[in-house]
Design a protein around this ligand. Structure first.
Ligand code: SF4
Ligand code: SF4
Length: 154
C-alpha cells in the first residue's frame, strides 16, 4: 500500500510535499489536505511518514517486519529522539514499538566537492568513493591472507 493521508489529522502544512523524492505528495486545492497523486510511483520510502508532524500518513511496512495486508504509522518526535511505530495487522492485532532517531548532526555530511578529487590510480582500486574513511575501519579494508588459505579444498 502506498501512502494514505488521514484527512481529519492533516493540517495541510506541506512538509510531506517538500520531502517526497518522487514528488507525488500534493495538496488538494479544494480541501487543503495532502494526498498521494500517483500511488503507483510511491516506493514507501517513509520520508513523508516521518516528516508529518500530525502523524497523518500511513504506509506499508517492509516484509521483514510485517506481512502483507497491514498498515504502518510512524510518529517522529525530534525532542525525544524517537520514532514511535504502530503496525496494524490484517487480523486486527496491533504492534507498537519505539526506535531511536539515527542522528547525523545537521550540516555534518560532506558534499562530494569537499573531498579530494580522485586520481587515475583510484579508479583501479577496490575501494568505493570515500572508503575506507566512510566505513570507520582502522587501517583500511580487510584483505585475504594467502597463508591462511587451505590448498586442495574444492
Ligand atoms: Fe513520497 Fe516516499 Fe511518501 Fe511515497 S513514502 S509518498 S515516495 S515520500
Ligand atoms: Fe498533512 Fe502531514 Fe503532509 Fe502536513 S506533512 S500536509 S499534516 S499529511
Amino acid at each position: 500500500m502506498p501512502t494514505f493521508v488521514y484527512m481529519t489529522r492533516c493540517d495541510g502544512c506541506g512538509h510531506c510535499v517538500d520531502i517526497c523524492p518522487s514528488d507525488i505528495m500534493h495538496i488538494d486545492k479544494t480541501y487543503r489536505r495532502a494526498y498521494n497523486i500517483e500511488p503507483n510511483m510511491c516506493w514507501d520510502c517513509y520520508s513523508c511518514v516521518k516528516a508529518c508532524p500530525q502523524n497523518a500518513i500511513s504506509s506499508r511496512g517492509y516484509a521483514d517486519f510485517a506481512p502483507l495486508g497491514h498498515s504502518v504509522r510512524a510518529l517522529r518526535e525530534e525532542e525525544k529522539g524517537t520514532i514511535s511505530w504502530k503496525v496494524k495487522f490484517r487480523d486486527g492485532r496491533e504492534k507498537n514499538f519505539v526506535s531511536p532517531i539515527r542522528t547525523t548532526a545537521w550540516g555534518s555530511i560532506q558534499s562530494p566537492q569537499d573531498y579530494t578529487a580522485p586520481n587515475a590510480g583510484d579508479y583501479k582500486s577496490q575501494e568505493l568513493s570515500h572508503e575506507p574513511d566512510a566505513l570507520n575501519i582502522e587501517g583500511g579494508l580487510p584483505v585475504l591472507d594467502s597463508s591462511k588459505l587451505k590448498e586442495g579444498v574444492s
